[in-house]
Structure formats: structure tokens, C-alpha cells
Design a protein around this ligand. Structure first.
Ligand code: SF4
Length: 359
């Protein structure tokens, strides 16, 4: 069975020609998969009956199996299973007037941020491009009949499980598929890659013709080497000063900003002094950056606490007083454990065939 999800239009055309089909058949199939969100070839009505039957017998339209969907008031968490039995989480977040989809790129992660539940077991493996793309396809299939604008995912953020840039080639291919106007057609302005800030990977992103055109978010979480090293060990080899220098010179597309994600953790990085340090860094570059403050979501497996609302507001005010754009994300998805750094919360999930997967 040939897996068709995760193929670019060119790859699909090559496959069709190889199978003795006309090239335009590939374009029709591409349209059904990536525009109409259809996964049953019986419903590809502009194809002949024979071809539909042949596709049914010879092609696969999902790389993942949908296992569970948990709905909260402002987010929906989807749980998928890979062919080799791993679980992947995807969170659909309801914003004021659109959906944002938070996509995973790896199973586990080896970056080791101490405030992150995903880091617990290290990296198990990268997701394939098909597994990354299929998260969106499943969700789209689920919401496509809702009234506008809720019938389509508008924004995509690569902020789920894993460090996206550590899975560079598959990330790049998934992004290519997402932004293709003939298919999924997510605007490059509405697609964000969030990274922990590993410098050689960021340099690759800056030099890549596709990835350099989408938004960049950096999980900064501290205004200096010492504080960042405590919660993000990756800072030992990717020095704060070097990261900052790189970010202030990053070749930004016209009119864009880099988002600095800052998870506020009680007693660790949330003091007025931390805020003032951050303000001093960002203020000279206020046109280039915006700060997104994310109060930490307590988790039974992590030794940290969320600061009070007063502390969060005080931190924000110090930035605002310097005319820095600073928003607070009272993390949506918390009620389904889908908030940043909390994917893969400890749980047991019944397998369809019996037994349990411990995750
Ligand atoms: S916060 Fe992101 S980069 Fe850090 S360990 Fe978690 S998944 Fe990896």
C-alpha cells in the first residue's frame, strides 16, 4: 500500500506516472487529499470507478491512526498512534476568530528543558513528514463542516512535542505541503516554527528558501546565560550572548517579528530584575521582537510552580513601559494537558486491540 499523505504535488505526479496514470490524475487526488480533506477514495467523484477501487486497494490516506479526542472549552486535544505504536498529540486552540493548530514534530525530545514534560524520556524518534502533515489532515477532516471561519485551520504552530529544527528535512517538507496554494494553503505569515535556539539549526533555517519565509518563535525563557542554563541545558553549548546576537541579525521577512516565548516560572525567572534585564535587551530592537509571556502550567511530574497573576502582570508592565509588545498567554489547552511543555502528560491509553500503552 502506497502512503499518499505526505507527498508533495511533484512526488504524487511522479508516483502516478510510475503507476501508468495520467499526470492530471495526481492533481485530482492531491486536491481531494489537501483541499477537500477526503480520505476515502470512493468519494473522489471525478475519478473513474475503476481508479477509485484501485486506489482503495493500493493506497493509504493516513499515516496516523486517530485514537482519542478530548474537548475542552477553548481547545481540543487529539491523540494519534503511529504505525509502530507511539502516541502523538496535537492541540487545536480556539482563538477569538480562528483556529490555531499546534503540531508535534518528534516523539519525545532530547533538548531537555527542565520545565517540559516532553523532555522526560528523551527523544524516541523523529516524525516523518507524512506523520506531521497527517495531524492537520485529521483535524481538518474533523472541522471541515463547521460554519466559517471554523471550517479551516488558519494558523499552524510547530510547538507541540519535539524541537522542530532537529527534524529539519521532515519539517521543511511538511511546511512546503502546508503552504502550497494548490493544496492546504496556509499563509506563510500564519505559520510559526518554534525553536529552543540551537544555533547551527537556526542558521540552517535562515538559509533555507522555504523555512526562512515563515515565522520564527524562540523559547527564550530567561534574559541571561545563568538563568537560561538552569532551565535549558542546551544554553551551555549555545551561549545566550551568541543566540541574542544571532536573533538581532536574523534576516526577517518584511514586516515580521520574532516571537520571544517566555515561560514564567515562580522563583526562577519571574522577578522584576529578570523583567528589567529582558527589557534592556529587547528595547533597542523593539521593532524586531514581541514577547509572549506564558505562566507555567503546573504538572504533577515537574518541580515548578506558576507565579501569581500579580507577578505575571508586574513582569508584563515592566516590558510595556519600555514600549515592548508583550502579551500574556494564559495557556489555553491547560484543561486537556495540551499546553506548551505539557504534551505527553503521564497517562494510560487503551489500545483498540486491547492492552495499554504507557506514555
Ligand atoms: S520545551 Fe520544546 S525543546 Fe524543550 S524539551 Fe520540551 S519539547 Fe523539547
Amino acid at each position: 500500500m502506497e502512503l499518499l499523505v505526505g507527498k508533495t504535488l511533484k512526488e504524487l505526479r511522479d508516483w502516478a506516472v510510475q503507476k501508468g496514470l495520467e499526470r492530471y490524475r495526481a492533481d485530482q487526488i492531491y486536491h481531494w487529499i489537501y483541499k477537500k480533506w477526503e480520505d476515502d477514495p470512493e468519494r473522489f467523484t471525478n475519478l473513474s470507478k475503476d481508479l477509485r477501487r484501485w486506489l482503495k486497494e493500493n493506497a493509504r490516506f493516513h499515516a496516523l491512526e486517530k485514537v482519542e479526542k478530548v474537548e475542552g472549552p477553548d481547545s481540543v486535544k487529539y491523540l494519534f498512534r503511529t504505525d509502530d505504536g507511539h502516541l502523538v498529540e496535537t492541540v487545536l486552540i480556539k482563538e477569538k476568530d480562528h483556529w490555531t493548530l499546534c503540531v508535534s514534530t518528534q516523539i519525545g525530545c532530547n533538548v531537555g528543558c527542565t520545565f517540559c514534560a516532553t523532555a522526560r524520556d528523551g527523544l524516541i524518534r523523529n516524525l516523518t513528514a507524512a506523520e506531521i502533515v497527517d495531524q492537520l489532515l485529521w483535524v481538518q477532516k474533523d472541522i471541515k463542516d463547521l460554519p466559517k471561519p471554523w471550517h479551516k485551520v488558519r494558523n499552524v504552530v510547530f510547538m507541540g512535542m519535539g524541537e522542530p529544527l532537529a527534524n529539519f528535512n521532515n519539517l521543511k517538507k511538511a511546511v512546503e505541503i502546508f503552504v502550497d496554494q494548490k493544496g492546504v494553503d496556509v499563509s506563510k505569515r500564519r505559520l510559526t516554527v518554534s525553536s529552543s535556539g540551537i544555533l547551527y539549526q537556526l542558521k540552517k533555517m535562515a538559509e533555507d528558501p522555504v523555512l526562512s519565509q515563515v515565522n520564527l518563535a524562540i523559547s527564550l525563557n530567561a534574559p541571561d546565560q545563568e538563568t537560561r542554563e538552569k532551565i535549558m541545558p542546551v544554553t551551555r553549548t549555545n551561549r545566550f550572548e551568541d543566540l541574542w546576537k544571532f536573533l538581532t541579525n536574523y534576516p526577517l521577512p518584511e514586516g515580521r517579528k520574532i516571537t520571544l516565548e517566555y515561560v514564567l516560572i515562580k522563583g526562577v525567572n519571574d522577578s522584576p530584575e529578570h523583567a528589567r534585564k529582558l527589557a534592556r535587551l529587547v528595547a533597542p530592537h523593539r521593532k524586531r521582537f514581541k514577547v509572549n509571556l506564558i505562566p507555567f502550567n503546573p504538572s504533577p511530574t515537574l518541580p515548578y510552580e506558576r507565579p501569581s497573576e500579580e507577578v505575571v502582570r508586574r513582569f508584563q508592565k515592566i516590558l510595556l513601559d519600555e514600549a515592548i509588545i508583550a502579551t500574556i498567554r494564559w495557556s489555553k489547552g491547560q484543561e486537556v494537558f495540551g499546553a506548551c511543555g505539557q504534551l505527553r502528560a503521564k497517562r494510560e491509553i487503551p489500545l483498540l486491540g486491547g492492552g495499554f500503552v504507557k506514555n
